[in-house]
Design a protein around this ligand. Sequence first.
Ligand SMILES: *[C@@H]1O[C@H](CO)[C@@H](O)[C@H](O)[C@H]1NC(C)=O
Ligand SMILES: *[C@@H]1O[C@H](CO)[C@@H](O)[C@H](O)[C@H]1NC(C)=O
Ligand SMILES: *[C@@H]1O[C@H](CO)[C@@H](O)[C@H](O)[C@H]1NC(C)=O
Ligand SMILES: *[C@@H]1O[C@H](CO)[C@@H](O)[C@H](O)[C@H]1NC(C)=O
Length: 406
Amino acid sequence: MASLAVLISLVAFAMLASSAAGVRVDLTRLHSSRFVRDAVRRDMHRHRARRLAASSGDTVSAPVSKDTAMGEYLMTLAIGTPPLIYPAIADTGSDLIWTQCAPCTDQCFPQPTPLYNPASSTTFSTNNQTYNQTYGTGWTAGIYGSETFTFGSSPADQTSVPGITFGCSLASSNNFNGSSGLVGLGRGSESLVTQLVTGKFSYCLTPFQDTSSSSTLLLGPSASLNDAGVSSTPFVTNPTMEPMNTYYYLDLTGISLGTTDLSIPADAFSLKADGTGGLIIDSGSTITSLVDVAYQQVRAAVLSLVTLPTADGSAATGLDLCFVPPSSTSAPQDMPSMTLHFNGADMVIPGDSYMILESGLWCLAMQNNTDADPSILGNYQQQNMHILYDIGQETLSFAPANCGTF
Ligand SMILES: *[C@@H]1O[C@H](CO)[C@@H](O)[C@H](O)[C@H]1NC(C)=O
Ligand SMILES: *[C@@H]1O[C@H](CO)[C@@H](O)[C@H](O)[C@H]1NC(C)=O
Ligand SMILES: *[C@@H]1O[C@H](CO)[C@@H](O)[C@H](O)[C@H]1NC(C)=O
Ligand SMILES: *[C@@H]1O[C@H](CO)[C@@H](O)[C@H](O)[C@H]1NC(C)=O
């Protein structure tokens, strides 16, 4: 586990709302010393999967990597009656909720908790309809079932939600290590968010350098944003088929660095009629990737502000623009905020959320992609922000926050 790039695991899990489906999950992030390089590699797998999906219309969705556990966030939940507790990857880039089911005789990956056995649960039902959910570099297949899911770790806290449709997986590829399944938080009908009726969730991610405090995920009624300085922007719907309409597209109209508006074409981030392009916000990608015409402007603007010598950091970090800092332990230079101008809302990203100290280098924590890929707002750029996804209102809201004391 220590070798995983970035792993957020559940340490505590407590119910906030007494009504069904109000859930607070505390999350902890673990580091390896080379987390950026690993994250970049993993992000590349996600991007490739999206490109393939966009071109073929296949049911391919987000986030698997061959090299590391596929996800970055683990949440804990329980399935069945009596409830069996298990950790699952929380993924905004896909919809299906699934866990491995006993008997798993064919192709099962080793999981950290005992297998869920539908035969020993009094609340399981199925119509035997099969699925095969394909991810970037992995897949899971089985039959759809309906079950009671329970949220909350101690008996006093527990709230159960009956009748949730999920995947009872009987065979899977082996790249879901560290989890016993996955919880889809995308926009589609099978996702947990959609099935919880309230249709919203929020999270607050602690800074990557902060290894002592917990990130937070709020599901259902307890997900709300009353913080000062809240901004909201509408989601954009991708008109094409699954899986692209699972993703949370946003309308990004421009970027500035400090007070300088970068000269990026107005349609750089717009979704094309064939469903390619656009920009999505994603919990499972670490590094933001921008369409090259925008990336080159950001790169040039950062380069013009930094007085340090550049270094080729691609092998060590996977990142394209790196500098040699005088000391490897502190940010060498104050950088102005970067502002992402969304439709109706400006998102201000402080220097520490777009520059990263990594492998002794100080790098721009962004990269370019090809024109057909969506641009992606990754989770490194989302740190210390409370972000609410409201499917009912079709909006993303956000406010700066101190996520360590959230
Ligand atoms: C995941 O498990 C498989 C099968 O046990 C193993 O081959 C692989 O190395 C593991 N991957 C990681 C990242 O732990
Ligand atoms: C599903 O398959 C199982 C095992 O073959 C069978 O016992 C059960 O009756 C089937 N259920 C439905 C609703 O078809
Ligand atoms: C599911 O789909 C993947 C990718 O197409 C394939 O490799 C795998 O064999 C399929 N699994 C099952 C059980 O059909
Ligand atoms: C990405 O940026 C690098 C460095 O600026 C450049 O060499 C490369 O051609 C760009 N890739 C694409 C696909 O535009």
